[in-house]
Design a protein around this ligand. Structure first.
Ligand code: AMP
Ligand code: MN
Ligand code: MN
Ligand code: MN
Length: 293
């Protein structure tokens, strides 16, 4: 009889960021940290960027950690920014790479406008200051501005900067048009990957709008939803486990770790998925081969 590992017992962490997007650690350092924390199945999911994938994969494999290619795509839906994680992607896929390049291109113009508005609001040296935190010139994020503002002493932490400067209605907010939900899912599926609706508890939707999002996501080929993640409370683990079941979606798990110094949930240190949901990795060869080696 062949041995089949238990998918519910697996310490999978399938959502985090390196300094190729708005995290602070190099891709290889993240893989090392994941291994040190007992993660068994790992993915780096930088925002709109895959240039750290090879480094993360090599470092993970060197530590005996199973790796799947990942990305987190910024999408505009229902007047909000929604994030879609792609897992098990072929990160060299040309249409995926072209779509991500287009998504990144808009960030530069947006960042220049954010910098202009922040300077008017009294943030010194906003453009150059944010750039000092950027690890990949192709990807400037609001987080880089937030780190600069903390460094200036205007706020105590990144969360406070978002509340005071960077969210809708605040002085540094710039409206932006990201990818469409359907195209992001197409890029992921075209690259052989699985589309996962990221941190559903973070969106400001009422139940009706959230259900519309989940239905549209599924109809467009989305296959899973994050149930246990760094931005969910325990109540939200239960709530989104129910949503996963009712919608017929698999469940994913990931810390959404960005930086050791910013009160993020630590890699691999989350509760396991509840028994009621189907772990998205249940039939993946990377998971099944884990203990065969
Ligand atoms: P961007 O893609 O440039 O709009 O930046 C989005 C990123 O900002 C997210 O991926 C988070 O890492 C971070 N972020 C968004 N909202 C908050 C918040 N309220 N507190 C801390 N970080 C946040
Ligand atoms: Mn981020
Ligand atoms: Mn996100
Ligand atoms: Mn993320």
């Amino acid at each position: 009889m062949s041995f089949r590992p238990d998918p519910w017992a697996c310490n999978a962490d399938l959502h985090c960021h390196s300094n190729m997007s708005d995290g602070v650690l190099e891709p290889a350092a993240l893989a090392d940290r994941a291994a040190d924390n007992g993660v068994e199945l790992f993915s780096l999911t930088d925002h709109d960027e895959v240039c750290g994938q090879q480094q993360a994969a090599d470092a993970a494999r060197a530590r005996g950690l199973q790796y799947v290619g990942g990305v987190e795509i910024s999408v505009s839906w229902g007047g909000e920014t929604v994030h879609v994680v792609g897992l098990r992607i072929d990160w060299t896929d040309p249409s995926l790479c072209a779509g991500l390049a287009r998504t990144r291109a808009g960030r530069d113009t947006r960042a220049r406008e954010i910098a202009r508005l922040l300077e008017i609001a009294g943030v010194p040296d906003a453009w150059a200051g944010a750039l000092r935190h950027v690890g990949n010139p192709a990807l400037i994020s609001r987080t880089h501005f937030a780190r600069h503002i903390v460094e200036c002493g205007l706020c105590d932490d990144v969360g406070e900067v978002f509340r005071k400067y960077l969210v809708e209605g605040k002085p540094g907010y710039v409206e932006h048009r990201w990818a469409r939900l359907t195209e992001a899912i197409e890029w992921i599926r075209g690259a052989g990957g699985v589309a996962v609706l990221a941190h559903p508890g973070r969106y400001r939707f009422n139940d009706t709008a959230l259900w519309a999002l989940v239905s549209e996501f599924k109809a467009a080929g989305g296959e899973a939803i994050e149930v246990v993640c760094g931005s969910h409370t325990r109540d939200q683990f239960r709530r989104f486990a129910k949503v996963a079941l009712e919608a017929g979606l698999a469940a994913s798990r990931g810390a959404d770790f960005h930086s050791p110094g910013e009160r993020h949930t630590e890699l691999g240190q989350l509760p396991l998925l509840p028994d009621s949901v189907i772990p998205v990795w249940r039939d993946w060869p990377e998971f099944l081969s884990r203990q065969a080696a």
